[in-house]
Design a protein around this ligand. Structure first.
Ligand SMILES: [Fe+2]
Length: 287
C-alpha cells in the first residue's frame, strides 16, 4: 500500500490478519482498505504493534466515532477493578438500545500466549442456517437482558423483564452493512418473545448450537503487541479465566456514541441500585 509493506492473510474460519506497521498519518488507501476488509471480515488482527492510547484512538477514528474516556475503561487488566473471571459468549451492551459498534484491544503487557479471547460470527451463522430454521424464525424476536453473572449462562426463560433488556429480531439487519446477523447470545438472551418455555427453549438451543459450532470459532491467543479490532454486532466474544495471569493488560478503545453509564445511569456508583448487583455492576462493561 503506497509503497509500504502490507500483507493480508485470511484467518480461519473468519477474519483477516494484516502484516503492516501502523504509523501516522495513515495513507488514504490504507484507511480505505482497512474499512473494506473490516466490513467483509468483521475482525482484523495486527501483530507487533506499539500503540499508545492516542495512537489506538487514531486508528479507530478511521471506523467511526470513538467513545470518550469519560466514565469508560480504557484498560482491561486482570488485577484491576474489572476482575479476572472468565466471560461467556456476549456482545457488549446488547441489552441496551445502543450496543457498542466496534471494539479494539491492544496487548500492551501480557505473558505471550497465556490468555485468549475467542470470537463467534453471527453473520456467517445467519447465512448458513438451515432453510427450515430461517422460515421458522421469520418475524420472531428475542429478549436479551443484562446478566448478573457473566462467567456462565444464568439468564433463562424466567428472567424478569424489569431489568435492562431489549427485544430485537433474532435475525437482525446489521446497522452498517444491512446483512442479517444472528443476534442472540449465550450470556444475555433469555427467550423468544411470545412463546411458551418449551416452544422457546428448543429453537434457541438449536440456534446457539449453530452459532457456537467449534469449527466456526476463532480463538485469539494474546501476545505482546497484538492489536485486534472486531465488529461487536456481527461477532460475539468470550474469554478464558484470567485468575493468576499477571501481567495481563489490554488497552481498549471502542466505537460507540454512548457509554454503559450514559445508557444506564441507574448503575452509576452512589445509586442504591448498584448494591442489588453487587460487584457485578462494574463488570458489566467488560471484555
Ligand atoms: Fe465484552
Amino acid at each position: 500500500m503506497n509503497g509500504k509493506s502490507w500483507v493480508e492473510r485470511p484467518i480461519e474460519p473468519f477474519g483477516m490478519e494484516i502484516e503492516a506497521r501502523l504509523e501516522w498519518p495513515l495513507a488514504e488507501d490504507v484507511q480505505q482498505r482497512m474499512i473494506a476488509l473490516f466490513d467483509e471480515h468483521k475482525l482484523l488482527v495486527f501483530r507487533n504493534q506499539k500503540l499508545n492510547e492516542a495512537d489506538q484512538v487514531r486508528v479507530l477514528e478511521n471506523f467511526g466515532s470513538v467513545l470518550s474516556s469519560h466514565g469508560e475503561y480504557r484498560e482491561i487488566s486482570s488485577d484491576g477493578a474489572l476482575g479476572a473471571g472468565p466471560l461467556t459468549w456476549h456482545s457488549d451492551l446488547a441489552f441496551t438500545e445502543e450496543p457498542y459498534k466496534i471494539i479494539s484491544l491492544h496487548a500492551v503487557e501480557v505473558n505471550d500466549g497465556q490468555s485468549w479471547t475467542q470470537f463467534a460470527n453471527g453473520a456467517i451463522a445467519a447465512r448458513d442456517l438451515p432453510g427450515e430454521l430461517i422460515e421458522r424464525l421469520e418475524g420472531l424476536q428475542a429478549v436479551t437482558s443484562i446478566a448478573s453473572i457473566q462467567s456462565h449462562r444464568v439468564v433463562g426463560y424466567d428472567t424478569p423483564s424489569d431489568i435492562p433488556h431489549q427485544v430485537r429480531p433474532i435475525l437482525m439487519p446489521h446497522p452498517r452493512t444491512g446483512e442479517p446477523i444472528l443476534y442472540i447470545s449465550w450470556m444475555q438472551t433469555c427467550r423468544i418473545e411470545g412463546m411458551g418455555r418449551e416452544e422457546s427453549d428448543a429453537p434457541l438451543q438449536q440456534l446457539f448450537d449453530e452459532l457456537y459450532r467449534q469449527d466456526r470459532i476463532y480463538r485469539h491467543e494474546w501476545n505482546n503487541g497484538d492489536f485486534v479490532i472486531w465488529d461487536n454486532i456481527a461477532l460475539q466474544h468470550s474469554r478464558c479465566d484470567l485468575e493468576g495471569m499477571l501481567p495481563r493488560r489490554l488497552q481498549r478503545i471502542v466505537i460507540a456514541d454512548k457509554s454503559f453509564f450514559d445508557l444506564l445511569p441507574q448503575f452509576k456508583v452512589g445509586d442504591e441500585k448498584i448494591s442489588a448487583w453487587g460487584s457485578g455492576a462494574k463488570e458489566l462493561t467488560l471484555n
